[in-house]
Design a protein around this ligand. Structure first.
Ligand code: 9MR
Length: 620
Protein backbone atom coordinates (compact mmCIF):
# COMPACT_ATOMS: atom_id res chain seq x y z
CA UNK A 1 0.00 0.00 0.00
CA UNK A 2 1.29 3.47 -0.86
CA UNK A 3 1.71 5.49 2.33
CA UNK A 4 -0.60 8.47 2.54
CA UNK A 5 0.84 11.06 4.80
CA UNK A 6 -1.95 13.55 4.97
CA UNK A 7 -5.72 13.57 4.97
CA UNK A 8 -7.06 14.60 1.60
CA UNK A 9 -9.15 17.39 2.97
CA UNK A 10 -10.16 20.82 1.93
CA UNK A 11 -6.76 22.17 2.86
CA UNK A 12 -5.06 20.12 0.21
CA UNK A 13 -7.68 20.96 -2.38
CA UNK A 14 -6.79 24.57 -1.63
CA UNK A 15 -3.10 23.92 -2.05
CA UNK A 16 -3.60 22.28 -5.39
CA UNK A 17 -5.54 25.31 -6.58
CA UNK A 18 -3.10 27.84 -5.27
CA UNK A 19 0.14 27.74 -7.27
CA UNK A 20 1.63 31.06 -8.19
CA UNK A 21 2.33 33.04 -5.02
CA UNK A 22 5.75 34.49 -5.58
CA UNK A 23 6.61 37.68 -3.74
CA UNK A 24 6.34 38.71 -0.14
CA UNK A 25 7.34 41.94 1.50
CA UNK A 26 11.02 42.68 1.26
CA UNK A 27 11.94 39.20 0.11
CA UNK A 28 12.09 38.74 -3.63
CA UNK A 29 11.71 35.22 -4.86
CA UNK A 30 11.80 33.64 -8.28
CA UNK A 31 8.75 34.53 -10.31
CA UNK A 32 6.86 32.09 -12.42
CA UNK A 33 7.53 33.99 -15.63
CA UNK A 34 11.25 33.44 -15.03
CA UNK A 35 10.87 29.84 -16.16
CA UNK A 36 13.91 29.39 -18.36
CA UNK A 37 13.83 28.49 -22.01
CA UNK A 38 15.54 25.69 -23.82
CA UNK A 39 19.13 26.47 -22.76
CA UNK A 40 19.75 25.09 -19.28
CA UNK A 41 22.67 26.41 -17.26
CA UNK A 42 24.00 26.38 -13.73
CA UNK A 43 22.12 29.47 -12.62
CA UNK A 44 24.52 30.23 -9.78
CA UNK A 45 27.38 30.33 -12.25
CA UNK A 46 30.55 28.57 -13.34
CA UNK A 47 34.00 28.52 -11.77
CA UNK A 48 36.72 30.20 -13.84
CA UNK A 49 38.89 27.07 -13.68
CA UNK A 50 36.00 24.62 -13.76
CA UNK A 51 34.18 22.77 -16.52
CA UNK A 52 31.51 24.90 -18.20
CA UNK A 53 28.77 23.03 -19.94
CA UNK A 54 25.16 23.77 -20.67
CA UNK A 55 22.37 21.69 -22.17
CA UNK A 56 20.06 22.79 -24.97
CA UNK A 57 16.74 21.08 -25.52
CA UNK A 58 16.77 20.87 -29.32
CA UNK A 59 15.18 18.45 -31.75
CA UNK A 60 17.86 18.72 -34.42
CA UNK A 61 20.09 15.71 -35.00
CA UNK A 62 22.99 17.86 -36.23
CA UNK A 63 25.18 20.33 -34.36
CA UNK A 64 23.92 23.90 -34.21
CA UNK A 65 25.82 27.12 -33.54
CA UNK A 66 26.04 28.61 -30.09
CA UNK A 67 27.41 31.95 -28.93
CA UNK A 68 28.46 33.15 -25.52
CA UNK A 69 27.95 36.88 -25.01
CA UNK A 70 29.00 39.04 -22.10
CA UNK A 71 26.87 41.55 -20.20
CA UNK A 72 27.34 44.09 -23.02
CA UNK A 73 26.20 41.62 -25.65
CA UNK A 74 29.73 41.24 -27.07
CA UNK A 75 30.59 37.77 -28.30
CA UNK A 76 33.12 36.03 -26.07
CA UNK A 77 33.11 32.57 -27.61
CA UNK A 78 31.22 30.55 -30.18
CA UNK A 79 31.07 26.97 -31.39
CA UNK A 80 28.91 24.02 -32.31
CA UNK A 81 26.74 22.01 -29.98
CA UNK A 82 27.30 18.32 -29.39
CA UNK A 83 24.08 16.41 -30.17
CA UNK A 84 23.41 13.82 -27.46
CA UNK A 85 20.21 12.33 -28.86
CA UNK A 86 17.31 11.44 -26.63
CA UNK A 87 18.26 11.74 -22.99
CA UNK A 88 16.81 8.74 -21.20
CA UNK A 89 15.94 10.27 -17.84
CA UNK A 90 14.23 13.35 -19.24
CA UNK A 91 13.06 11.85 -22.57
CA UNK A 92 14.17 15.13 -24.16
CA UNK A 93 16.32 15.44 -27.24
CA UNK A 94 19.34 17.41 -26.11
CA UNK A 95 22.64 18.90 -27.21
CA UNK A 96 25.43 20.06 -24.96
CA UNK A 97 27.53 23.21 -25.18
CA UNK A 98 31.09 23.27 -23.87
CA UNK A 99 32.52 26.69 -23.13
CA UNK A 100 35.11 25.56 -20.59
CA UNK A 101 37.84 27.54 -22.35
CA UNK A 102 36.30 30.83 -21.21
CA UNK A 103 37.83 31.87 -17.92
CA UNK A 104 37.24 35.60 -17.60
CA UNK A 105 35.36 36.52 -14.44
CA UNK A 106 32.17 38.44 -14.99
CA UNK A 107 28.44 38.65 -14.42
CA UNK A 108 25.67 38.77 -17.02
CA UNK A 109 26.99 36.15 -19.45
CA UNK A 110 24.37 34.52 -21.68
CA UNK A 111 24.42 31.63 -24.11
CA UNK A 112 22.54 31.96 -27.40
CA UNK A 113 21.27 29.26 -29.73
CA UNK A 114 18.77 29.80 -32.57
CA UNK A 115 17.70 33.25 -31.36
CA UNK A 116 17.06 31.92 -27.88
CA UNK A 117 19.09 33.14 -24.98
CA UNK A 118 19.78 31.56 -21.62
CA UNK A 119 19.31 33.04 -18.19
CA UNK A 120 22.19 35.38 -17.33
CA UNK A 121 24.95 33.76 -15.28
CA UNK A 122 28.27 34.51 -13.68
CA UNK A 123 31.78 33.18 -14.18
CA UNK A 124 33.82 33.57 -11.01
CA UNK A 125 36.74 32.25 -8.98
CA UNK A 126 34.52 31.84 -5.95
CA UNK A 127 30.92 30.68 -5.94
CA UNK A 128 30.19 28.27 -3.16
CA UNK A 129 31.15 29.91 0.16
CA UNK A 130 27.68 31.41 0.55
CA UNK A 131 25.97 28.13 -0.16
CA UNK A 132 28.14 26.41 2.44
CA UNK A 133 26.98 28.87 5.08
CA UNK A 134 23.34 28.82 4.02
CA UNK A 135 23.03 25.05 3.64
CA UNK A 136 24.49 24.54 7.12
CA UNK A 137 22.56 27.41 8.70
CA UNK A 138 19.37 25.57 7.67
CA UNK A 139 19.62 23.45 10.81
CA UNK A 140 19.20 26.28 13.29
CA UNK A 141 15.64 27.31 12.30
CA UNK A 142 14.57 23.67 12.41
CA UNK A 143 15.85 23.12 15.94
CA UNK A 144 13.23 21.71 18.28
CA UNK A 145 12.91 22.59 21.95
CA UNK A 146 14.35 26.09 21.79
CA UNK A 147 13.12 29.52 20.74
CA UNK A 148 14.62 30.60 17.43
CA UNK A 149 16.17 34.04 17.60
CA UNK A 150 14.94 36.15 14.68
CA UNK A 151 17.99 38.39 15.02
CA UNK A 152 20.16 35.42 14.11
CA UNK A 153 17.85 33.70 11.66
CA UNK A 154 16.10 36.66 10.12
CA UNK A 155 12.40 36.02 9.41
CA UNK A 156 12.58 32.68 11.25
CA UNK A 157 12.19 33.84 14.85
CA UNK A 158 9.56 31.75 16.69
CA UNK A 159 8.77 30.31 20.11
CA UNK A 160 10.31 27.01 21.19
CA UNK A 161 8.55 23.98 19.73
CA UNK A 162 7.62 20.88 21.72
CA UNK A 163 9.17 22.32 24.87
CA UNK A 164 6.53 21.19 27.34
CA UNK A 165 4.20 24.21 26.94
CA UNK A 166 0.57 23.81 25.90
CA UNK A 167 -0.88 23.30 23.34
CA UNK A 168 2.20 21.08 22.70
CA UNK A 169 2.04 17.71 24.38
CA UNK A 170 5.75 16.99 24.23
CA UNK A 171 8.66 16.51 24.00
CA UNK A 172 9.73 16.92 27.60
CA UNK A 173 7.68 14.03 28.98
CA UNK A 174 6.79 11.60 26.22
CA UNK A 175 5.06 8.24 26.75
CA UNK A 176 5.60 5.15 24.65
CA UNK A 177 3.11 4.04 22.08
CA UNK A 178 0.49 2.13 24.12
CA UNK A 179 0.43 -1.66 23.85
CA UNK A 180 -2.90 -1.77 22.02
CA UNK A 181 -1.86 0.87 19.53
CA UNK A 182 1.52 -0.77 19.07
CA UNK A 183 -0.23 -4.01 18.21
CA UNK A 184 -2.56 -2.23 15.80
CA UNK A 185 0.05 -0.07 14.09
CA UNK A 186 3.13 -2.24 14.25
CA UNK A 187 1.64 -5.68 14.59
CA UNK A 188 3.72 -6.04 17.75
CA UNK A 189 2.91 -5.42 21.38
CA UNK A 190 6.21 -3.81 22.40
CA UNK A 191 5.54 -0.94 24.76
CA UNK A 192 6.87 0.53 27.99
CA UNK A 193 5.63 2.40 31.02
CA UNK A 194 8.33 5.05 31.41
CA UNK A 195 8.32 8.52 29.88
CA UNK A 196 11.30 10.32 28.40
CA UNK A 197 12.43 13.90 27.96
CA UNK A 198 13.38 13.87 24.30
CA UNK A 199 13.22 17.61 23.71
CA UNK A 200 15.81 19.14 21.41
CA UNK A 201 17.19 17.82 18.14
CA UNK A 202 16.06 18.87 14.68
CA UNK A 203 12.65 18.47 13.09
CA UNK A 204 13.08 15.90 10.37
CA UNK A 205 11.61 17.66 7.37
CA UNK A 206 8.28 19.28 6.49
CA UNK A 207 6.74 17.45 9.44
CA UNK A 208 7.67 17.70 13.12
CA UNK A 209 8.73 14.09 13.54
CA UNK A 210 12.17 13.25 14.94
CA UNK A 211 13.51 9.98 13.62
CA UNK A 212 16.78 8.56 14.90
CA UNK A 213 17.81 6.84 11.69
CA UNK A 214 17.47 10.04 9.70
CA UNK A 215 18.96 12.25 12.39
CA UNK A 216 21.90 9.83 12.49
CA UNK A 217 22.94 10.02 8.86
CA UNK A 218 22.24 13.77 8.81
CA UNK A 219 24.45 14.60 11.77
CA UNK A 220 27.08 12.17 10.46
CA UNK A 221 27.35 13.98 7.15
CA UNK A 222 27.27 17.40 8.77
CA UNK A 223 30.15 16.36 11.04
CA UNK A 224 31.68 14.71 7.97
CA UNK A 225 31.84 18.08 6.22
CA UNK A 226 33.81 19.38 9.16
CA UNK A 227 36.03 16.32 9.32
CA UNK A 228 36.82 16.37 5.60
CA UNK A 229 38.00 19.94 5.82
CA UNK A 230 39.92 19.25 9.01
CA UNK A 231 41.75 16.30 7.43
CA UNK A 232 42.41 17.74 4.01
CA UNK A 233 43.00 21.39 4.88
CA UNK A 234 44.29 20.92 8.43
CA UNK A 235 41.71 23.36 9.69
CA UNK A 236 42.85 26.12 7.31
CA UNK A 237 39.35 26.80 6.04
CA UNK A 238 36.22 28.59 7.13
CA UNK A 239 34.49 25.19 7.16
CA UNK A 240 36.18 24.27 10.41
CA UNK A 241 35.87 27.73 11.88
CA UNK A 242 33.90 29.42 14.62
CA UNK A 243 31.62 32.11 13.21
CA UNK A 244 30.77 30.36 9.95
CA UNK A 245 27.08 29.90 10.66
CA UNK A 246 24.04 31.91 11.71
CA UNK A 247 23.65 30.18 15.07
CA UNK A 248 23.60 31.49 18.66
CA UNK A 249 26.85 29.64 19.47
CA UNK A 250 28.90 31.46 16.81
CA UNK A 251 31.94 32.96 18.51
CA UNK A 252 31.96 30.59 21.50
CA UNK A 253 35.40 29.19 20.69
CA UNK A 254 34.05 25.93 19.25
CA UNK A 255 33.70 25.31 15.51
CA UNK A 256 30.13 26.10 14.48
CA UNK A 257 29.51 22.77 12.78
CA UNK A 258 30.28 21.02 16.06
CA UNK A 259 27.91 23.34 17.93
CA UNK A 260 25.11 22.52 15.51
CA UNK A 261 25.90 18.79 15.56
CA UNK A 262 25.79 18.73 19.37
CA UNK A 263 22.19 19.92 19.29
CA UNK A 264 21.24 16.72 17.47
CA UNK A 265 23.67 14.40 19.23
CA UNK A 266 22.22 15.27 22.62
CA UNK A 267 18.74 14.50 21.35
CA UNK A 268 19.84 11.16 19.94
CA UNK A 269 21.41 10.25 23.29
CA UNK A 270 18.13 11.15 25.03
CA UNK A 271 16.26 8.57 22.93
CA UNK A 272 17.88 5.69 24.84
CA UNK A 273 15.88 3.24 26.88
CA UNK A 274 16.75 4.09 30.51
CA UNK A 275 18.92 1.98 32.80
CA UNK A 276 17.09 -0.73 34.68
CA UNK A 277 14.69 -1.48 31.83
CA UNK A 278 14.97 -4.83 30.00
CA UNK A 279 16.04 -3.09 26.78
CA UNK A 280 18.33 -0.56 28.49
CA UNK A 281 20.84 0.90 26.05
CA UNK A 282 18.66 0.38 22.99
CA UNK A 283 17.41 3.51 21.24
CA UNK A 284 13.83 4.40 20.40
CA UNK A 285 13.29 4.49 16.67
CA UNK A 286 11.34 7.74 16.52
CA UNK A 287 9.12 10.27 18.26
CA UNK A 288 6.24 12.04 16.56
CA UNK A 289 2.59 13.00 16.95
CA UNK A 290 -0.26 10.52 16.93
CA UNK A 291 -1.72 12.02 13.76
CA UNK A 292 -0.39 13.95 10.77
CA UNK A 293 -1.03 17.65 11.20
CA UNK A 294 -3.62 19.22 8.92
CA UNK A 295 -1.65 22.16 7.52
CA UNK A 296 0.75 25.08 8.05
CA UNK A 297 1.69 25.49 11.67
CA UNK A 298 4.54 26.63 13.87
CA UNK A 299 5.84 23.80 16.03
CA UNK A 300 4.83 25.40 19.34
CA UNK A 301 1.20 25.23 18.14
CA UNK A 302 1.16 21.48 17.52
CA UNK A 303 -1.58 20.00 19.75
CA UNK A 304 -0.92 16.33 18.95
CA UNK A 305 0.12 13.89 21.64
CA UNK A 306 3.71 12.84 20.93
CA UNK A 307 4.67 9.21 21.32
CA UNK A 308 7.87 7.18 21.44
CA UNK A 309 8.04 4.24 19.07
CA UNK A 310 9.76 1.04 20.19
CA UNK A 311 13.54 0.78 20.11
CA UNK A 312 15.20 -0.65 17.02
CA UNK A 313 18.58 -2.14 16.20
CA UNK A 314 19.05 0.38 13.37
CA UNK A 315 18.41 3.40 15.60
CA UNK A 316 20.73 2.00 18.28
CA UNK A 317 23.55 1.54 15.76
CA UNK A 318 22.98 5.03 14.37
CA UNK A 319 23.64 6.38 17.84
CA UNK A 320 26.71 4.14 18.20
CA UNK A 321 28.13 5.44 14.91
CA UNK A 322 27.56 9.15 15.39
CA UNK A 323 28.49 9.16 19.08
CA UNK A 324 31.79 7.49 18.14
CA UNK A 325 32.38 10.04 15.38
CA UNK A 326 31.43 12.89 17.73
CA UNK A 327 33.81 11.56 20.42
CA UNK A 328 36.68 11.90 17.93
CA UNK A 329 35.77 15.41 16.80
CA UNK A 330 34.87 16.93 20.17
CA UNK A 331 38.00 15.62 21.92
CA UNK A 332 40.06 18.82 21.44
CA UNK A 333 37.21 21.06 22.61
CA UNK A 334 35.43 19.23 25.39
CA UNK A 335 37.24 16.16 26.69
CA UNK A 336 34.48 15.21 29.12
CA UNK A 337 31.80 15.36 26.47
CA UNK A 338 33.99 13.38 24.13
CA UNK A 339 34.57 10.64 26.71
CA UNK A 340 30.87 10.51 27.46
CA UNK A 341 30.06 10.10 23.77
CA UNK A 342 32.52 7.27 23.39
CA UNK A 343 30.98 5.45 26.35
CA UNK A 344 27.52 5.99 24.83
CA UNK A 345 28.73 4.60 21.52
CA UNK A 346 30.18 1.45 23.06
CA UNK A 347 27.12 0.83 25.19
CA UNK A 348 24.85 1.30 22.20
CA UNK A 349 26.87 -1.10 20.08
CA UNK A 350 26.72 -3.72 22.84
CA UNK A 351 22.95 -3.28 23.15
CA UNK A 352 22.53 -3.69 19.39
CA UNK A 353 24.65 -6.84 19.45
CA UNK A 354 22.44 -8.21 22.18
CA UNK A 355 19.30 -7.31 20.18
CA UNK A 356 20.34 -7.61 16.54
CA UNK A 357 16.89 -8.16 15.09
CA UNK A 358 14.65 -5.43 16.42
CA UNK A 359 13.35 -4.05 13.16
CA UNK A 360 11.00 -1.07 13.08
CA UNK A 361 8.11 -2.52 11.13
CA UNK A 362 6.62 -0.91 8.08
CA UNK A 363 3.61 0.99 9.31
CA UNK A 364 1.03 2.43 7.00
CA UNK A 365 2.06 6.05 7.22
CA UNK A 366 -1.38 7.11 8.52
CA UNK A 367 -0.15 7.55 12.03
CA UNK A 368 1.54 10.88 12.13
CA UNK A 369 5.06 9.96 11.09
CA UNK A 370 7.19 8.34 8.44
CA UNK A 371 7.88 4.65 9.00
CA UNK A 372 11.63 4.67 8.34
CA UNK A 373 11.43 0.92 7.99
CA UNK A 374 14.86 -0.64 7.55
CA UNK A 375 14.86 -4.43 7.58
CA UNK A 376 18.59 -4.86 6.86
CA UNK A 377 20.99 -3.74 9.56
CA UNK A 378 24.30 -5.33 8.51
CA UNK A 379 25.21 -1.92 7.05
CA UNK A 380 24.49 -0.12 10.33
CA UNK A 381 26.66 -2.67 12.19
CA UNK A 382 29.46 -2.03 9.69
CA UNK A 383 29.07 1.74 10.00
CA UNK A 384 29.09 1.74 13.81
CA UNK A 385 32.11 -0.58 13.93
CA UNK A 386 33.90 1.65 11.40
CA UNK A 387 33.37 4.80 13.46
CA UNK A 388 34.34 3.04 16.69
CA UNK A 389 37.49 1.80 14.99
CA UNK A 390 38.37 5.20 13.55
CA UNK A 391 37.98 6.77 16.98
CA UNK A 392 39.68 4.15 19.14
CA UNK A 393 42.00 2.23 16.82
CA UNK A 394 41.16 -0.80 18.96
CA UNK A 395 41.58 -4.26 17.48
CA UNK A 396 38.18 -5.46 18.56
CA UNK A 397 36.50 -3.02 16.15
CA UNK A 398 38.85 -3.96 13.36
CA UNK A 399 37.94 -7.61 13.95
CA UNK A 400 34.24 -6.78 13.82
CA UNK A 401 34.72 -4.78 10.64
CA UNK A 402 36.56 -7.59 8.95
CA UNK A 403 33.85 -10.03 10.01
CA UNK A 404 31.17 -7.86 8.41
CA UNK A 405 29.63 -9.28 5.23
CA UNK A 406 30.14 -5.79 3.78
CA UNK A 407 33.87 -5.59 4.40
CA UNK A 408 34.70 -6.49 0.80
CA UNK A 409 31.31 -5.77 -0.75
CA UNK A 410 30.50 -3.26 -3.48
CA UNK A 411 28.44 -0.83 -1.46
CA UNK A 412 28.73 2.40 -3.45
CA UNK A 413 25.97 1.96 -6.00
CA UNK A 414 23.98 4.72 -7.70
CA UNK A 415 21.55 4.93 -4.77
CA UNK A 416 24.14 3.70 -2.32
CA UNK A 417 24.05 6.21 0.52
CA UNK A 418 20.91 7.19 2.36
CA UNK A 419 19.26 6.80 5.75
CA UNK A 420 18.50 3.17 5.03
CA UNK A 421 21.82 2.24 3.44
CA UNK A 422 24.74 3.50 5.44
CA UNK A 423 27.60 1.21 4.43
CA UNK A 424 28.64 3.52 1.59
CA UNK A 425 29.08 6.39 3.99
CA UNK A 426 31.08 4.16 6.35
CA UNK A 427 33.29 3.14 3.40
CA UNK A 428 34.03 6.80 2.65
CA UNK A 429 34.94 7.40 6.28
CA UNK A 430 37.30 4.40 6.29
CA UNK A 431 38.85 5.67 3.08
CA UNK A 432 39.48 9.19 4.29
CA UNK A 433 39.86 9.45 8.08
CA UNK A 434 43.40 8.64 9.09
CA UNK A 435 43.64 5.33 10.96
CA UNK A 436 45.82 2.31 11.69
CA UNK A 437 44.21 0.25 8.91
CA UNK A 438 46.83 -2.01 7.32
CA UNK A 439 48.01 -0.45 4.05
CA UNK A 440 46.73 -3.34 1.98
CA UNK A 441 43.22 -2.97 3.41
CA UNK A 442 43.28 0.79 3.03
CA UNK A 443 44.35 0.39 -0.58
CA UNK A 444 41.44 -1.94 -1.27
CA UNK A 445 38.98 0.41 0.44
CA UNK A 446 40.26 3.40 -1.48
CA UNK A 447 40.24 1.40 -4.68
CA UNK A 448 36.56 0.64 -4.14
CA UNK A 449 35.80 4.34 -3.74
CA UNK A 450 37.69 5.20 -6.91
CA UNK A 451 36.01 2.39 -8.81
CA UNK A 452 32.62 3.78 -7.80
CA UNK A 453 33.67 7.31 -8.74
CA UNK A 454 34.88 6.06 -12.13
CA UNK A 455 31.45 4.54 -12.69
CA UNK A 456 29.81 7.85 -11.79
CA UNK A 457 32.08 9.72 -14.22
CA UNK A 458 31.12 7.27 -16.95
CA UNK A 459 27.44 7.76 -16.13
CA UNK A 460 27.93 11.50 -16.24
CA UNK A 461 29.44 11.41 -19.71
CA UNK A 462 26.29 9.78 -21.04
CA UNK A 463 23.81 12.05 -19.30
CA UNK A 464 22.38 14.95 -21.29
CA UNK A 465 22.24 17.13 -18.19
CA UNK A 466 25.69 16.23 -16.85
CA UNK A 467 24.66 14.65 -13.55
CA UNK A 468 26.24 11.55 -12.02
CA UNK A 469 23.09 9.58 -11.28
CA UNK A 470 21.48 6.76 -13.19
CA UNK A 471 19.73 4.54 -10.69
CA UNK A 472 18.60 1.01 -11.44
CA UNK A 473 15.17 1.49 -9.98
CA UNK A 474 14.26 4.92 -11.32
CA UNK A 475 14.57 8.30 -9.63
CA UNK A 476 13.78 7.75 -5.97
CA UNK A 477 12.27 9.88 -3.20
CA UNK A 478 14.83 12.62 -2.52
CA UNK A 479 16.71 11.95 -5.79
CA UNK A 480 18.50 15.31 -5.52
CA UNK A 481 20.28 14.11 -2.43
CA UNK A 482 21.17 10.84 -4.17
CA UNK A 483 22.80 12.85 -6.95
CA UNK A 484 24.75 14.70 -4.28
CA UNK A 485 25.74 11.50 -2.47
CA UNK A 486 27.36 10.27 -5.68
CA UNK A 487 29.15 13.58 -5.93
CA UNK A 488 30.39 13.06 -2.37
CA UNK A 489 31.80 9.66 -3.33
CA UNK A 490 33.57 11.27 -6.27
CA UNK A 491 34.82 14.11 -4.09
CA UNK A 492 36.37 11.59 -1.69
CA UNK A 493 37.97 9.87 -4.70
CA UNK A 494 39.48 13.27 -5.52
CA UNK A 495 40.74 13.72 -1.98
CA UNK A 496 42.47 10.35 -1.90
CA UNK A 497 43.89 10.46 -5.43
CA UNK A 498 44.28 14.13 -6.36
CA UNK A 499 43.03 13.32 -9.85
CA UNK A 500 41.48 16.46 -11.38
CA UNK A 501 38.87 14.46 -13.36
CA UNK A 502 37.03 13.75 -10.13
CA UNK A 503 36.93 17.40 -9.12
CA UNK A 504 35.72 18.37 -12.57
CA UNK A 505 33.01 15.73 -12.43
CA UNK A 506 31.74 16.95 -9.06
CA UNK A 507 31.68 20.55 -10.24
CA UNK A 508 29.76 19.66 -13.36
CA UNK A 509 27.22 17.54 -11.51
CA UNK A 510 26.46 20.54 -9.31
CA UNK A 511 25.18 22.26 -12.47
CA UNK A 512 22.28 19.82 -12.42
CA UNK A 513 21.26 20.79 -8.87
CA UNK A 514 21.48 24.47 -9.71
CA UNK A 515 19.45 24.59 -12.90
CA UNK A 516 20.93 22.52 -15.70
CA UNK A 517 18.15 19.94 -15.60
CA UNK A 518 14.93 18.85 -17.26
CA UNK A 519 12.91 21.31 -15.18
CA UNK A 520 15.25 24.26 -15.71
CA UNK A 521 15.02 24.99 -12.00
CA UNK A 522 17.58 25.42 -9.26
CA UNK A 523 16.59 23.02 -6.50
CA UNK A 524 18.17 25.19 -3.81
CA UNK A 525 16.04 27.98 -2.38
CA UNK A 526 17.56 31.41 -2.97
CA UNK A 527 20.13 30.15 -5.48
CA UNK A 528 19.82 30.96 -9.15
CA UNK A 529 17.19 32.91 -11.03
CA UNK A 530 14.39 30.38 -10.98
CA UNK A 531 14.53 28.29 -7.84
CA UNK A 532 12.39 25.99 -5.73
CA UNK A 533 10.70 27.95 -2.97
CA UNK A 534 7.35 26.29 -2.32
CA UNK A 535 8.74 23.14 -0.73
CA UNK A 536 6.50 21.27 1.69
CA UNK A 537 7.28 22.31 5.27
CA UNK A 538 4.61 23.06 7.86
CA UNK A 539 6.53 25.95 9.35
CA UNK A 540 7.81 27.45 6.07
CA UNK A 541 4.44 27.41 4.34
CA UNK A 542 4.58 30.85 2.76
CA UNK A 543 3.39 29.59 -0.61
CA UNK A 544 0.01 28.65 0.84
CA UNK A 545 -0.19 31.08 3.76
CA UNK A 546 1.79 34.32 3.42
CA UNK A 547 1.96 34.78 7.19
CA UNK A 548 4.61 32.04 7.23
CA UNK A 549 8.16 32.45 5.91
CA UNK A 550 9.48 30.59 2.90
CA UNK A 551 11.95 27.74 3.28
CA UNK A 552 15.30 29.28 4.24
CA UNK A 553 17.96 30.14 1.69
CA UNK A 554 20.03 27.06 1.04
CA UNK A 555 17.18 24.55 1.51
CA UNK A 556 17.35 21.64 -0.94
CA UNK A 557 14.14 20.31 -2.49
CA UNK A 558 13.77 16.51 -2.52
CA UNK A 559 13.57 16.50 -6.29
CA UNK A 560 12.20 14.32 -9.08
CA UNK A 561 10.54 11.16 -7.80
CA UNK A 562 9.79 8.54 -10.45
CA UNK A 563 6.99 7.18 -8.29
CA UNK A 564 5.30 10.31 -7.02
CA UNK A 565 3.15 9.56 -3.99
CA UNK A 566 1.16 12.63 -3.07
CA UNK A 567 -2.16 14.03 -4.31
CA UNK A 568 -0.64 16.99 -6.17
CA UNK A 569 1.93 14.90 -8.01
CA UNK A 570 -0.61 12.21 -8.75
CA UNK A 571 -2.92 14.80 -10.28
CA UNK A 572 -0.36 16.88 -12.14
CA UNK A 573 2.60 14.64 -12.98
CA UNK A 574 0.87 11.69 -14.55
CA UNK A 575 3.13 9.99 -17.10
CA UNK A 576 6.11 12.20 -16.26
CA UNK A 577 9.63 11.33 -17.41
CA UNK A 578 11.73 10.35 -14.36
CA UNK A 579 13.74 13.57 -14.30
CA UNK A 580 10.58 15.64 -14.77
CA UNK A 581 8.55 14.08 -11.96
CA UNK A 582 8.86 17.21 -9.91
CA UNK A 583 6.63 20.15 -9.14
CA UNK A 584 7.42 23.17 -7.02
CA UNK A 585 4.18 23.08 -5.09
CA UNK A 586 3.65 22.87 -1.37
CA UNK A 587 1.37 19.85 -1.52
CA UNK A 588 3.84 17.69 -3.42
CA UNK A 589 5.72 16.31 -0.46
CA UNK A 590 6.98 13.29 -2.39
CA UNK A 591 8.85 15.51 -4.88
CA UNK A 592 9.22 18.78 -3.05
CA UNK A 593 9.90 18.39 0.65
CA UNK A 594 12.93 19.58 2.57
CA UNK A 595 14.75 17.35 5.04
CA UNK A 596 17.74 17.33 7.38
CA UNK A 597 19.46 14.41 5.64
CA UNK A 598 19.21 16.09 2.27
CA UNK A 599 20.56 19.38 3.57
CA UNK A 600 23.39 17.58 5.34
CA UNK A 601 24.49 16.12 2.00
CA UNK A 602 24.18 19.55 0.41
CA UNK A 603 26.25 20.99 3.27
CA UNK A 604 29.01 18.44 2.71
CA UNK A 605 29.26 19.09 -1.00
CA UNK A 606 28.96 22.88 -0.67
CA UNK A 607 31.85 22.81 1.82
CA UNK A 608 33.89 20.65 -0.55
CA UNK A 609 33.16 22.95 -3.49
CA UNK A 610 34.00 26.05 -1.46
CA UNK A 611 37.19 24.46 -0.11
CA UNK A 612 38.43 23.51 -3.57
CA UNK A 613 37.91 26.92 -5.17
CA UNK A 614 40.91 28.99 -6.21
CA UNK A 615 42.74 30.25 -3.14
CA UNK A 616 40.04 29.04 -0.79
CA UNK A 617 42.23 27.33 1.78
CA UNK A 618 44.08 30.47 2.73
CA UNK A 619 41.67 33.34 2.42
CA UNK A 620 38.12 32.10 2.91
O1 9MR B 1 13.26 10.06 2.86
C1 9MR B 1 12.22 9.10 3.05
C2 9MR B 1 12.14 8.24 1.83
O2 9MR B 1 13.32 7.48 1.68
C3 9MR B 1 10.91 7.33 1.92
O3 9MR B 1 10.77 6.65 0.69
C4 9MR B 1 9.68 8.16 2.21
C5 9MR B 1 8.40 7.33 2.32
O4 9MR B 1 8.43 6.49 3.42
O5 9MR B 1 9.84 8.87 3.40
C6 9MR B 1 10.92 9.79 3.33
O6 9MR B 1 11.06 10.39 4.55
C7 9MR B 1 10.06 11.28 5.00
C8 9MR B 1 9.59 10.75 6.35
O7 9MR B 1 8.89 9.56 6.16
C9 9MR B 1 8.77 11.75 7.13
N1 9MR B 1 9.44 13.02 7.19
C10 9MR B 1 9.74 13.56 5.89
C11 9MR B 1 10.68 12.65 5.14
C12 9MR B 1 11.11 13.24 3.80
O8 9MR B 1 10.10 13.24 2.87
Amino acid sequence: MVPRRFPQNLFFALIIASAGVSIFAGHPVAQDNDVPGMIRVNQLGYLTDGPKRATVVHDGANPVNWRLVDANGAEVAAGDTLPMGRDRASTLNVHTIDFSSVSVEGAGYRLEVDNEESIAFTIADRLYGGLRTDAMSYFYPVRSGVAIDGKIAERYGRPAGHAGVLPNKGDTDVPCLGTRKARKILGQAISCDYRLDVSGGWYDAGDFGKYVVNGGIAVAQLMGAYERSLNVLKGQSATTGDGLLRIPEAGNGVPDILDEARWELDFLVSMRVPAGEPLAGMVHHKVHGEKWLPGPMLPDQDPEQRVLYPPSTAATLNLAAVAAQGARLFAPYDAKYSEGLLAVAKRAYAAAEAHPDMIAPYSDGQNGGGDYHDPEVSDEFYWAAAELYLTTGEDEWYERLKASPLWRERVLTSDGINWRETAGWARLQLASVSSKLPQQELDWIRGSVRAAADTFLAVQRGEGFGLMYRPQGGYGWGSNHSVIENMIVTAVAYDISGKPEYLKGVRESMDYILGRNAMGISYVTGYGTHYAHRQFALMFAHSVDPSFPEPPRGALAGGPNGQPADPVAEAKLRGCAPQACYIDEFGSYSTNEIAINWNAALSWIAAFLADTETGSATSN
